[in-house]
Design a binder for this molecule. Structure first.
Ligand SMILES: Cc1cc2nc3c(=O)[nH]c(=O)nc-3n(C[C@H](O)[C@H](O)[C@H](O)COP(=O)(O)OP(=O)(O)OC[C@H]3O[C@@H](n4cnc5c(N)ncnc54)[C@H](O)[C@@H]3O)c2cc1C
Length: 611
């Protein structure tokens, strides 16, 4: 057994969370070891090879603004990119990219390999090395011992992973990949609470056997939609996705297989995501729906494989094939790989501090799907924050904790540590109270101060954002000043822009404004867009700002971990119990824990004021 291997930070798991964590900590000057079962599978996309989409696109833009990798990797492997929800308000516009699955892993691997201070080792961590109640390293199944001053665990769906297809089950983290066994039991034996969750994936199809003429085509947006700044100079060739749907015949076959379904025969114990049901779940829950839409999405440029979005299933393989062959375009389809469900262990994140450090075991951080989330973006965002905060703790600096008023990442982390998950947690725009402020288009500008604090962005990028903010202010002044002639009336431009159908980027309005403003809009369309939105939504934004202020006041009231809630008899019994268990960091956080009432918050506030 070697014992000379000492690192600042050890990251276990080379998935989306682990890669971001390892990269962030190394770029912040730490010596980092990334230990993962299969180094050829870095940031492998277990399910759909797509990044972004509603609310998830916001997370990626925010990570990019702070110096994360996901946006850059996505832009270099995207084969179809679109801005979703353009027909709705800009608060819910969201970028999404279909990626080349193989290339995504290759680009991430190249970035990890090029990071100074970051080493990789193949192996499976089975337990922690402890120094009292502090994590001090890991031991692998092969008996290799690595010591680290901080340890980040990002094991995804692999901990005691068990996959199911019909009546067949097998221990696995993903299909054809070994589970990670030992570490989860070790953490549970150390007293951490764990739960069992479940997720699922659709079959993969041979595109040469699909009749695309019987489906509807969906193309990329004509203009590239980028996640990263600055974006790459070119995008990869763009390819279409195809739309089709199930029908009564499909549903009948699926229903006929329910008595062999692991979901409906009770073999799956883990809780799955309600918002992302399997196809068998859909036909059972929505009996009145005659069809369910399906998207045929290419897996890459150099493969004929297609992912069938909307058809996640763990029914027996013969039922999957028979049902698929009733779908228009899939009459002759060959299934390369069946859909399956996976059950895995997770550790509720209410056991963590807002920095993602474990309260019971210091120097140990947990990130990604093991904290009860689902999705690459949610995992990557946590990994990034865990990597940053582990490095900051080594440098003797306070953790960076984003607020709900600052970022979707803040909403995600706050929800995780204040609520016990009832199902895998996925980000939605509806989870963000301040979504008009937290838009995908303004991520760089609104997170500028945090990016300065984290210090992962190059100076040039910080200066570019500062300059863009100056131009935005300049454009706003011109917008407030100008008047335009519309329908024989001379209107302030700002008033005209408040009409929902009018946009400065649209030809009609653009042609009405002064040459000075046209030049500014052409020079920096992004700054012009943001200045215009500020004017359009002035009233709403001001109201949200007022609510943000109220939240800020609650967040400013810090609650020490030593606070003894049991002694505060005026609190309701339920509040006393959950607060004593969760130890929220601020009064704001305390107020969002289920079971804590407004009256409990007032009691704590009065107590704090009394000193
Ligand atoms: C079948 C399936 C279906 C899914 N469906 C969806 C979906 O529809 N929508 C969605 O948003 N998300 C879906 N996901 C989830 C998505 O894949 C995850 O959210 C995301 O990959 C989590 O990232 P992560 O970094 O936390 O973990 P992962 O990407 O799972 O990576 C974990 C990594 O850690 C390694 N590892 C684990 N334990 C150890 C150990 N002890 N020692 C060393 N290495 C270890 C693993 O080998 C793996 O490389 C699905 C996942 C699966 C498996």
């Amino acid at each position: 057994m070697r014992t000379d291997q000492n690192y600042d930070v050890i990251v276990v798991g080379g998935g989306h969370a682990g890669c971001e964590a390892a990269s962030a900590a190394a770029r912040l000057g730490c010596s980092v070891l990334l230990v993962t079962q299969n180094p050829s599978a870095l940031a492998r996309m277990s399910c759909n090879p797509a990044i972004g989409g509603l609310a998830k696109g916001h997370l990626v833009r925010e990570m990019d603004a702070l110096g994360g990798l996901m946006g850059r990797v996505t832009d270099r492997s995207a084969i179809q990119s679109r801005m979703l929800n353009r027909s709705k308000g800009p608060a819910v516009w969201s970028p999404r990219a279909q990626c080349d699955r193989r290339r995504y892993t290759e680009v991430m691997t190249a970035m990890i390999a090029a990071t100074p201070g970051l080493e990789m080792a193949a192996g499976e961590a089975v337990r922690l090395i402890l120094d009292g109640d502090r994590a001090a390293g890991i031991v692998t199944r092969a008996g290799e011992e690595y010591r680290g001053r901080r340890v980040i665990l990002a094991g995804g769906t692999f901990w005691n992973g068990l996959i199911h297809i019909g009546e067949w089950s097998r221990p696995a983290g993903r299909i054809h990949e070994e589970p990670a066994v030992g570490l989860s039991d070790h953490l549970a034996a150390l007293g951490l609470r764990r739960l069992r969750l479940k997720t699922g994936t659709p079959p993969r199809l041979d595109g040469r056997t699909i009749d695309f003429s019987r489906t509807d085509r969906q193309d990329s947006d004509p203009e590239p939609v980028w996640f990263s700044h600055p974006p790459p100079e070119e995008r990869l060739p763009q390819v279409p996705c195809w739309l089709t749907s199930t029908n009564a015949c499909t549903h009948e076959i699926l229903r006929g297989g329910l008595d062999r379904s692991p979901l409906y025969t009770g073999r799956i114990q883990g809780i799955g995501p309600r918002y992302c049901p399997s196809i068998e779940d859909k036909i059972v829950r929505f009996t009145d729906k005659e069809r369910h839409q399906l998207f045929l999405e290419p897996e890459g440029l150099d493969t004929d494989e297609y992912y069938i979005n909307g058809f996640a299933t763990s029914l027996p393989e013969d039922v999957q094939i028979a049902a698929l062959r009733t779908v228009p375009g899939l009459e002759q389809v060959v299934v390369n790989r069946p859909g399956y469900a996976v059950e895995y262990d997770m550790f509720p994140a209410d056991q963590l501090r807002p920095s993602l450090e474990c309260r019971a075991l210091e120097h140990l951080y947990l990130a990604g799907q093991v904290n009860g989330t689902s999705g690459y973006e949610e995992a990557a965002a946590q990994g990034f924050m865990a990597g940053v905060n582990a490095a900051r703790s080594l440098h003797g600096r306070d953790p960076v904790v984003l607020g709900r008023n600052q970022a979707y990442i803040g909403v995600l982390m706050d929800d995780l540590i204040t609520k016990v998950p009832e199902e895998p947690y996925r980000m939605f725009t509806s989870r963000a109270e301040f979504r008009l402020l937290l838009r995908q288009d303004n991520a760089r500008q609104r997170l500028l101060d945090v990016a300065r604090e984290i210090a992962l962005q190059p100076d040039a990028e910080i200066q570019a954002v500062e300059a863009s903010l100056q131009r935005q202010a300049q454009i706003r002044q011109v917008l407030e000043r100008e008047r335009v002639r519309v329908e024989d009336q001379c209107l302030p431009l700002a008033k005209y822009l408040r009409r929902p159908e009018v946009s400065l980027q649209g030809e009609a309005a653009y042609n009405l404004v002064s040459a000075e403003l046209q030049t500014l809009v052409r020079w920096d369309p992004e700054a012009a867009f943001q200045a215009e939105l500020e004017i359009k939504y002035d009233g709403y934004l001001t109201r949200q700002e007022a609510n943000v202020e109220a939240l800020r006041r609650l967040e400013a009231l810090k609650l020490p971990e030593s606070f003894d809630y049991a002694r505060l008899k005026a609190l309701s019994a339920e509040a006393r119990q959950v607060l004593q268990q969760r130890k929220p960091a601020t009064l704001g956080q305390a107020s969002r824990i289920p079971g804590v009432r407004a009256s409990d918050v007032t009691i704590i506030m009065v107590h704090l004021r009394r000193g």
